[in-house]
Ligand binder design. Structure first.
Ligand SMILES: [Zn+2]
Length: 136
């Protein structure tokens, strides 16, 4: 594996289960055992009822693009060779949002409400990043 020079996530104690799941190519989110609502990004408390009674549950990994931008220029140095690339905000089926790259999609083909699914990019031996590609 060639050296990966882009920024990497620095898991916190409460986000580590998410990154550990990604490494296993599983997509998980937190669900509150008290109010039953889902939440993402990883948190210590439920943003809906402030309970700390959160559990990790397997999520579908499917959703729709809520919004996106196509980066053509002025990308951070580490990403300059990747332009043009798509940064999307994805509404997951579980009712939470995630920002990630949209991959396997030509920049001119991306659209709001496009159905997408998670794919896992093993960028280093330790870190796997969740990205999203169009559903066929
Ligand atoms: Zn709650």
């Amino acid at each position: 594996m060639t050296e990966y020079k882009k920024p990497l996530p620095k898991p916190t104690p409460w986000s580590k289960p998410f990154w550990d799941a990604c490494k296993k190519h599983e997509f998980v989110i937190q669900k509150c055992k008290d109010c039953q609502k889902s939440t993402f990004f990883p948190k210590l408390f439920c943003p809906h009822c402030l309970s700390s009674n959160l559990e990790w549950v397997k999520a579908s990994g499917r959703g729709k693009i809520y919004s996106y931008t196509i980066v053509h220029s002025y990308a951070p140095t580490e990403f300059a060779n990747d332009t043009p690339y798509i940064v999307g905000v994805i509404d997951l089926e579980e009712g939470v949002r995630i920002m990630s790259n949209v991959v396997e999609c030509a920049p001119e083909a991306v659209k709001c409400d496009m159905a997408v699914e998670v794919v896992f990019d093993d960028v280093t031996e330790e870190v796997t990043l969740p990205k999203f590609r169009p559903l066929p």
